[in-house]
Design a protein around this ligand. Structure first.
Ligand SMILES: [Zn+2]
Length: 273
């Protein structure tokens, strides 16, 4: 649950008007990341990297107070969020976890892109990208969330874009903070960031990071296998819509399945209030 604390007095942070539930039905735009909007029209933009960090760290419940319309992009990855969550620690709640178990394969596709969810005894994310650009080219990656490797394999992978896109966005007043400090930027010849890539396949790893965050707007972690082919935020939400539109394709589960991700964060006493 996000709370836009800049839009209300401190005593009113629990008013529905400033609370924006982290739920796929509230996704209002997927153009430059995922934007949520509540019934009062209050928005929170670019939630996917923080949502991904929550999923990767095994956090089911969180209140996110934010004092502006957009999550900070930080270094373009989820690693700073994971670091801060580790510093904060977690509290164990008295209620059992609830998972969403995929029972039947659901698939969506458009314009040569596709995304699917299939039954699987764990949480697995596969992705393949195919860019008409020599540096990226064709990359695929399979991430098993049960391996607990989110922090090292997925979280550090940064978002990426092409120089001409960044220039265009900035010419229309967007991505004004966009720089080589918060994204991998490419031009026709290669990567412009002097430090280079964090992984040879950083691009497809970031697509998995995004998919984990987008699918977490389902309201629970999903027991099943996700496969994305050149997909993006818009298709991820269409996939969730297709899943929940088909009552026999999924069920709530208490999560007694093998190889489910659990949190390895330090346990702290629950904060009250
Ligand atoms: Zn992203």
């Amino acid at each position: 649950m996000f709370r836009r604390v800049d839009l209300c007095a401190p005593a009113d942070v629990n008013n529905d008007a400033v609370r924006v539930p982290a739920h796929y039905e509230n996704v209002s735009s997927t153009q430059l990341g995922s934007t949520l909007r509540n019934e009062a029209g209050v928005t929170v933009a670019t939630v996917e990297h923080l949502m991904s960090a929550f999923s990767g760290c095994g956090i089911d419940n969180a209140l996110v107070d934010i004092d502006g319309p957009e999550l900070p992009v930080l270094d373009g990855s989820a690693a700073p969020f994971v670091m801060l969550l580790e510093c904060a620690g977690i509290a164990k709640l008295p209620v059992p976890r609830r998972f969403i178990r995929v029972l039947e394969t659901v698939r969506v596709e458009e314009e040569g892109k596709s995304a699917s969810l299939s039954p699987c005894d764990g949480a697995v994310f596969g992705f393949e990208i195919d860019f008409d650009c020599a540096v990226i080219g064709r990359q695929s990656y399979l991430y098993d969330a049960g391996t607990q490797a989110y922090k090292t394999e997925i979280a550090p992978a940064r978002t990426f874009g092409f120089l001409h896109e960044v220039e265009h966005l900035q010419s229309v007043g967007l991505a004004r903070g966009g720089s080589l400090q918060n994204a991998v930027v490419l031009d026709g010849n290669g990567v412009l960031n002097t430090e280079g890539l964090r992984f040879e396949d950083e691009f497809v790893r970031h697509k998995i990071l995004d998919a984990i965050g987008d699918l977490y707007l389902s309201g629970a972690r999903i027991i099943g296998r996700f496969d994305g082919y050149r997909a993006g935020h818009g298709l991820h939400y269409k996939l969730l819509q297709a899943l929940f539109a088909n009552p026999v394709a999924w069920e709530y589960s208490d999560g007694l399945a093998p190889a489910l991700p659990v949190s390895t964060l330090p346990l702290r006493r629950a904060a009250r209030g």
